[in-house]
Ligand binder design. Structure first.
Ligand code: MRU
Length: 368
């Protein structure tokens, strides 16, 4: 997508052909800063501290982290240690583990001297595959928005989204926002309600930033507003991203997604999930019982960062001193609340049979 008219991706190889460039997303929306990663530790830190975040981007960043590790030591032991370090950075998004599996499979069978080149080649492919997958999700989801527009004859389509599943969460295009960008480019009149997405405010700082930079009409709302809007007919459909979808179609996504799904269900609003296939985890069936939910630092709840009137970025405390806070990063929306999964192969029903039929080659590797 474009930043100030300049085509931009979230991750790239630097001109030297080996170091990895990223956008430091912790600085957005007030500063646009890029950063150069040269070591495994820097890559692991970038994922852990959320300089890069979003399930697809975490996977690609981990793939490049393996490349950086192998440049220093291409032994089996170094490969295993790098995968171990990277796997521990964030527990919930399955793309991370998927990408590490892909990288291991691409290099393990090779002699040491061939591993670095093979690793960069596979990481590059994973990045390009992400772009192609998201473009396909854009086409299939865009058709849903277009169908809604036809029913509304001339009125704009109202879409609600949660967290950031835009191009900043992927290599390009994004998952949940790809249908929105696609429909917008086709001239479909639309408007996006952007949940602020406490506690880290990825909606306020990232989704509102990328949509407005791209010229897509959007309005930021406090997280608790969605139900009210749905009761008053102000949401035609919800589209969210996901960090992991189970074999039976349960959807793990940013904390608060489940509440939006309940409100959508109660108000008859279609609730769609944009699902790239690397986010499918056929090894897990019951998402509520089985998916590990990341718990992050209490300060993300008790403090908030922002820009002061004189342009400084400051963090302030919003809770009483000494109060404790719980910070669960994700929740699970049961498949029964999901209208459809927008995948690169079309819209798939959220159930075991439909997912296994659509992704037969992946389903075979799952649990019996
Ligand atoms: O904690 P984050 O920012 O890495 O969370 C991931 C997300 O942005 C969302 O959960 C998103 O909807 C899924 S990633 C496309």
């Amino acid at each position: 997508m474009k930043v100030d008219g300049r085509p931009m991706r979230t991750i790239w190889l630097e001109p030297d052909g080996w170091a990895v460039g990223i956008i430091d997303q912790t600085r957005l929306p007030h500063r646009f800063e890029t950063m150069r990663l040269e070591t495994l530790d820097q890559a692991a830190h970038a994922i852990r501290a959320m300089l890069v975040r979003g399930a697809p981007l975490i996977g690609v960043a981990a793939a490049y982290g393996v490349c950086l590790a192998l440049r220093e030591d291409a032994s089996d032991a170094a490969l295993d240690a790098a995968c171990d370090t990277l796997a521990k950075t964030r527990p919930t998004a399955i793309n991370l583990r998927w990408a590490l599996g892909e990288m291991t499979a691409a290099v393990r069978h090779l002699p040491r001297e061939a591993r670095v080149a093979a690793a960069y080649a596979r990481a590059g492919e994973i990045a390009e595959e992400d772009v192609a997958i998201n473009q396909a999700i854009g086409r299939h989801g865009g058709a849903l928005i277009e169908a809604t527009a036809r029913r509304k004859v001339g009125e704009r389509v109202e879409i609600l989204t949660h967290c950031n599943a835009g191009w900043l969460a992927a290599v390009d295009w994004g998952t949940a926002l790809a249908p929105i960008y696609t429909a917008h480019e086709r001239g479909i009149p639309l408007h996006v309600w952007v949940d602020e997405t406490r506690p880290r405010n990825q909606g306020a700082s990232l989704t509102a930033w990328e949509l407005s930079r791209h010229g897509v009409p959007c309005t930021l709302i406090a997280d608790n507003t969605g139900g009210h809007l749905m009761q008053h007919g102000k949401v035609d459909l919800v589209i969210v991203g996901t960090d992991r979808v189970t074999a039976q179609g349960d959807v793990c996504n940013k904390i608060g997604t489940y509440l939006k799904a309940l409100a959508a269900h109660d108000n008859g609003v279609p609730f769609y999930v944009a699902l790239p296939s690397p986010t499918l985890d056929f090894a897990v069936v019951d998402g509520v019982a089985e998916i590990p939910i990341e718990e992050r630092g209490a300060e993300e709840v008790t403090e908030i960062a922002g820009k002061t009137a004189d342009g400084r970025i400051e963090t302030v405390r919003i809770a009483p001193d000494g109060v404790t806070a719980a910070n669960y990063g994700f929740d699970v929306t049961p498949a029964r609340l999901v209208t459809g999964l927008i995948t690169e192969r079309g819209v798939v029903a959220p159930n075991r049979a439909a997912l296994a039929a659509a992704f037969a080659e992946r389903a075979g590797a799952g649990r019996a």
